[in-house]
Ligand binder design. Sequence first.
Ligand SMILES: *[C@@H]1O[C@H](CO)[C@@H](O)[C@H](O)[C@H]1NC(C)=O
Ligand SMILES: *[C@@H]1O[C@H](CO)[C@@H](O)[C@H](O)[C@H]1NC(C)=O
Ligand SMILES: *[C@@H]1O[C@H](CO)[C@@H](O)[C@H](O)[C@H]1NC(C)=O
Length: 427
Amino acid sequence: MPTPYSKPHQAAILLASRQSDLQQKQTKMDSPRKPKPLSTNLFFLVLLLSTNLLTLFLSSTFYSSSFCYLHPISSISTLTQISSSSVADSDATENPDTQLDLPSEFLAFTSGQALPYGFNTNFDSDTFYPPVGQACTRFPDELSRFMSYKVNGSCPDDELLAQKLLLKGCEPLPRRRCRPATQPDYVDPYPLPTSLWTTPPNSSVVWTAYTCKDYTCLINRMKTQKGFDDCKDCFDLQGREKNRWASREVIEGSLDFTIDEVLATKKPGTIRIGLDIGGGVATFAIRMKERNITIITTSMNLNGPFNNFIASRGVVPLYISISQRLPFFDNTLDIVHSMHVLSNWIPTTLLHFLMFDIYRVLRPGGLFWLDHFFCVEDQFLDVYKPLIETIGFIKLKWVVGKKHDRGAELREMYLTALLEKPLKNSW
Ligand SMILES: *[C@@H]1O[C@H](CO)[C@@H](O)[C@H](O)[C@H]1NC(C)=O
Ligand SMILES: *[C@@H]1O[C@H](CO)[C@@H](O)[C@H](O)[C@H]1NC(C)=O
Ligand SMILES: *[C@@H]1O[C@H](CO)[C@@H](O)[C@H](O)[C@H]1NC(C)=O
């Protein structure tokens, strides 16, 4: 039997392996309506210490896996010249050492660019600095390869390079002035509602980055490929995906909450928009769409064309990692869901920031469905339980279950929780 967390880091990003047939002995914990704040100082001391320990622990198990407006300008070459010359002017003085070897297209994009109409009060500036991940320049070789292309030509077919760069912290990636690799024989997607549960055409994907070269291979890889990949069986819409979260039966104390059970905690119709972090092939969003709820699904393309697949099904994929600030305004979303992704593979400090970001984008009264958070019992008690409890959510449901598939002696466990941002005084 495959062990879902032999590569916990991947699971986190993809939000993937959904092992619902694990043997779990579940214990229900009491669910106070208001979390009792621990002594904050003590908690952060513990957090600080455990961060270091966890980093050590994780570094031994974690490895980076296969992981306009323009004034009328007559030609692209003029544009390139303009950008390059402004680069020379502005950056030579700013950062003479670090910028020396950076690719010219990178500098063309990122260097300060004067606003055509001068000082703008909204910007509080007369110059615009286009954004890229702070870590981009730490990887000059990969960045050079990524930014080497002919302006107004075809981009290199380099999805894997781009994703590795992104996962290391070069996120957002710099924009490029070239056309991405595309299947030559692309066909229109299936119409709704057929697209929701139909495997898309093979020709909707550029397969270069993947071991599999068509959807039939992805669907069969559970049977044919050795070792564990996250979401290995996700592409099989007739398999386990078919019943996720859909059950009519509510099992008390189960780690598998149903969507209807969760929606029933709020007034009918008040959960309308939301986010699924690391949502695999977006079956959660599809289920919600069937209930007229709009969910955006973040996913990486780890060992499979998850973003293409999600889009082909007819819901919106968002290609950002769990590191990036969520691109939503404060107090706007009704629900955030995340399954199997937020777990102990994430550095604790990053997880702490992430939890606050989820709290930020949820509206007062919004729901955070933390689905199958994975860790070891001691970590849970020392680090994660206090970490989650101090964010400020109200606990609506809180189920802890042991994970026995790799042996009880490992003391592995899951937490599934339904948390609510307070309706009043959440600031
Ligand atoms: C840019 O590329 C397009 C498509 O290849 C071409 O039609 C166009 O002439 C090019 N423009 C410039 C300014 O080179
Ligand atoms: C995808 O490719 C596989 C292998 O070539 C083929 O068996 C399958 O029918 C294709 N699927 C579609 C929808 O064309
Ligand atoms: C979803 O919206 C459509 C159109 O307004 C409506 O006909 C349908 O009954 C709704 N479905 C659900 C499950 O609310």
